[in-house]
Design a binder for this molecule. Structure first.
Ligand code: TRP
Length: 442
């Protein structure tokens, strides 16, 4: 029954841009530049690229294969391809999606607020005090509600008329904005060079550090939207014959491109205004305090540049939030036959409530991120790798459609069976310890 009534993407570009929209988000502009600068510089970037291609692309391709074969949302897909025992993995995905969107929406709400503020009145003259006062409390909750309302209204529209339409317009805009910003930053003179140096200074020793490797891998999963069925869900709306492998590579390269460019914007701007001393305190501080401070120091031009920067951030967050809600919504539709509208609004309302504690306490937000945004994604990806590598019936056959390179397909399966599980186990161990540390320090 689903086969006939299920919606699908109108165009291949629609699918690619929606998937890029899911991937490109706060992770690219909030976590990546900071992670690179604080742990290894160019060495981190190198490890990150390695992780994207050795683990990210293979896991993405695995999600695509399960999604397109079943043409169902995660819960239905795991049941259809793996039997009742594997339904639990679908539930884990839905849970992870709810937890990520809950805190993601709070941060996205801040970007919405900063964007509006830049547009209407300019950045606050003391961004440090402003962030302290606006990042938690009633204001933060209101913007969290505003962001969720936007996300819900788009997901209610469905695949073609909601998600695809929005992605086709917003993603090219985001690319132009970020490229424009990087060009602007390159003209900041010697401070641009200092900023690049800070961002990309190669700390070769970090190449051999397990914690840097695990940070790079965890960042790759988050940034590529892997480990919780988002890519699986988007692929479930695909036609039968699309080339899944080339799609996975295109999406991953675009995502890396935006993350890399974001670093080329953030650090020159911060260095141009002598604020480098502030970087290092926290990832969120870099984005929501140091950068706005630089924009204030820049005067009128800073307001424009800042508006462009936060609009890009907001657009990225919006298309990512959409993909997170779509996982939960489509799972509800498939498993309880709810109407899309009811499913999207119901799921959104629950996520909204779950996010409220994050809007009151940044420690809770950090804990959600450590548990769902890092640990659970790696757990979800490990089970998926095991499933596709050892349990799924003839996974090669699904990838072969539209992609006729048997050797590469064998290489892919090897990575899914052997390499990805090893790296994922390291990530789970390392990020699991991190969660335990955070909890015991509460
Ligand atoms: N990838 C997005 C970012 O970088 C966040 C995101 C959207 C996500 N969907 C996801 C992360 C699914 C993990 C899983 O901001």
């Amino acid at each position: 029954m689903e086969l006939q009534s299920r919606e699908g993407w109108g165009t291949k570009a629609g699918f690619i841009l929606a998937a890029v929209g899911s991937a490109v988000g706060l992770g690219n502009m909030w976590r990546f530049p900071y992670a690179a600068a604080s742990s290894g510089g160019a060495a981190f970037v190198f490890l990150y690229i390695l992780m994207v291609f050795l683990v990210g692309v293979p896991i993405m391709l695995s999600e695509f294969a399960v999604g397109r074969r079943s043409r169902l949302s995660p819960i239905g897909a795991m049941k259809a391809t793996g039997g009742p025992r594997w339904v639990k993995l679908g539930y884990l995905y839905v849970l992870t999606g709810c937890l990520i969107l809950a805190y993601y929406s709070v941060i996205a709400g801040w970007t919405m607020r900063y964007t509006l503020e830049a547009l209407l009145s300019g950045f606050a003259s003391d961004p440090g005090a402003y962030f302290t006062e606006s990042s938690t409390g009633v204001g933060a909750v209101l913007y969290h509600i505003g962001f969720m309302a936007l996300v819900m209204s788009i997901v209610v529209g469905g695949i073609k008329r909601g998600i695809e339409r929005v992605s086709l317009v917003l993603m090219p805009v985001l690319f132009l904005l970020i490229i424009g910003l990087a060009i602007y930053a390159a003209f900041l003179g010697s401070s641009a060079v200092d900023g690049y140096g800070f961002y990309l200074q190669p700390h070769v020793g970090e190449l051999f550090s397990t914690s840097t490797l695990s940070a790079a891998a965890a960042q790759a999963f988050f940034s590529l939207s892997l480990g919780m069925g988002a890519m699986l869900t988007y692929a479930s709306y695909l036609q039968r014959d699309e080339n899944l492998a080339s799609s996975a590579v295109t999406i991953s390269i675009s995502d890396f491109g935006v993350a890399f460019l974001a670093g080329l914007v953030v650090f020159p701007v911060i260095f141009a205004f002598g604020l480098q001393g502030e970087v290092g305190a926290s990832t969120l501080g870099t984005l929501f305090i140091s950068l706005p401070r630089a924009f204030v120091d820049m005067g009128g031009a800073g307001r424009v540049v800042g508006l462009i920067f936060f609009s890009a951030l907001f657009v990225g967050a919006l298309t990512s939030g959409i993909s997170l809600l779509e996982v939960v919504t489509s799972s509800l539709i498939d498993s309880s036959r709810l109407d899309r509208k009811v499913a999207a609004l119901g799921a959104g309302a629950v996520i909204l409530l779950v996010g409220i504690p994050c809007a009151y306490d940044l420690n809770v937000l950090g804990l959600f991120d450590a548990i769902a945004g890092e640990l659970l994604l790696a757990v979800g990806a490990l089970f998926l790798a095991y499933f596709v590598g050892y349990r799924m019936r003839d996974p090669r056959e699904e990838v072969r459609k539209g992609f006729a390179h048997e050797g590469l397909i064998s290489g892919w399966l090897w990575m899914v069976r052997v390499l990805a599980p090893i790296i994922l186990a390291v990530v789970i161990w390392d990020r699991g310890r991190n969660v335990i540390n955070i909890i015991s320090s509460l």
